[in-house]
Design a protein around this ligand. Structure first.
Ligand code: UD1
Length: 374
């Protein structure tokens, strides 16, 4: 008998986290891992390209939910995921990160009973384990949909895998102890370290006419930064005034808002493009002079690459990137962004890679799941 684990991925930042986990499961004959793609992201540029570049196997199940309001999207994933559990009868469901697919599948699993009982944590049970990878991160900003997803998912998870020390402290404060929470490091960094060499041969710098170390890379898609046209215009104007050439792969959400607000960028100072694949984007990050972002994962990737990162948010759920890495959390005021830009060389000199961000996190996770089921 093999332990069947359903691994769920739905949106762009999930794919680089699920890739090393599927590989680690494939190396352990005690497991049979199956991939469920919710279809929360469906564009080739936000989804398919990652499957190709990261050698993620074709999904065993595709829920094809597409876009919608938060309630519609979450509800649709839940409705379509329940029959999958019925059919697959898994021992565990593994969810990653903080997107709507994460909470939707965790919530359905937490209320599901298998036909056959199985053993976990030394007891017999019928509910599949809810396994959350990238647990414990907290921005404490409930205006952020991802924060709701994090808190709710952790509250109903049986095994919580944590990427940085703040996560263990946050979970302890919420009453989750070391029996359920395990500090394993960062699976996103497993993917980065495995792909770094291949990314060096990406032609993206030549394609965009850029020279190594001379440009700023911009990514923006958080509702708080892009949904209000005036706020978005202000942010882009501030970056425009810094005097560094900017490369901006535009997320579909941001593109929609820019069009609606009539925002255009001067091609003299901006290279604007569609969202990029993993290898091209990694190459662009590694060779940037500075990165401006409101993404979560990019704060972590720049920390490992040793590239200065300026985070255009008021809070971060990833404080280790500021304490040890190259990240500066600055918010959105012009003064703060300009001041942070003038400090980038100094910050980059003192950076450190956080503990256990060593490329082996997925192996640790698979070993810990096996221990729980043994
Ligand atoms: C979602 C995640 C966010 C993650 C981000 C990465 C939630 C709550 N949010 O935000 O945590 O950082 O993905 O990209 O789960 N769209 C497309 N093509 C697609 C997908 C979306 O054009 O493949 C459009 C949608 O129609 C929508 C907009 O982009 O108008 C936003 O998509 P949505 O899935 O709602 O959230 P994201 O902003 O992408």
């Amino acid at each position: 008998m093999r332990w069947r684990i359903l691994c769920v991925a739905g949106a762009r930042p999930n794919f680089m986290k699920i890739a090393p986990l599927l590989r680690a499961f494939a190396h352990d004959p005690r497991f049979e891992a199956r991939l469920v793609h919710t279809g929360q992201h469906y564009d080739d540029r936000l989804s398919k390209v990652f499957f190709d570049e990261l050698a993620i196997p074709r999904p065993d199940v595709d829920l094809e939910v597409g876009s919608g309001s938060h309630a519609q999207q979450t509800a649709e994933i839940m409705k379509r995921f329940e029959p999958v559990l019925e059919r697959e009868q898994p021992h565990g469901v593994l969810v990653v990160g903080d997107v709507n697919s994460t909470i939707a599948c965790a919530a359905v699993t937490a209320k599901f009973f298998r036909r056959e009982p199985f053993r976990a944590f030394g007891r017999t049970r019928k509910r599949p384990l809810v396994i959350h990878v990238e647990s414990g991160l907290r921005s404490r900003d409930l205006d952020m949909p991802e924060e709701i997803n994090r808190v709710l998912t952790d509250a109903i998870s049986d095994l919580l895998f944590v990427s940085e020390p703040s996560g263990m402290a946050n979970l302890a404060r919420e009453g989750v102890g070391p029996d359920r929470a395990v500090f394993v490091g960062n699976v996103m960094i497993d993917t980065l370290l495995a792909a770094r060499e291949r990314a060096r041969s990406s032609p993206v710098l030549t394609t965009l006419g850029l020279r190594e170390g001379t440009y700023g890379l911009v990514t923006l898609h958080r509702p708080s930064n892009v949904d209000d046209g005036e706020a978005l215009q202000h942010l882009l104007a501030t970056l425009d005034g810094l005097g560094v050439h900017l490369v901006f792969p535009v997320h579909p959400r941001t593109r929609q808002r820019m069009v609606a607000a009539g925002i255009t960028l001067d091609p003299e100072r901006w290279s604007v493009c569609e969202p990029l694949g993993y290898l091209d984007f990694l190459r662009l990050q590694a060779s940037a002079r500075v990165v401006f972002t409101d993404s979560g994962g990019i704060q972590e990737e720049t920390t490992v690459l040793g590239v200065p990162c300026i985070t255009l948010r008021e809070n971060t759920e990833r404080p280790v990137t500021c304490e040890q890495g190259t990240n500066q959390l600055v918010g959105t005021s012009r003064e703060a962004i300009v001041a942070a830009y003038h400090r980038i060389d100094e910050i980059a000199r003192v950076r450190r890679v956080p503990e256990l961000w060593d490329g082996k996190s997925a192996e640790r996770i698979v070993a810990a799941i096996a221990d729980a089921l043994a």
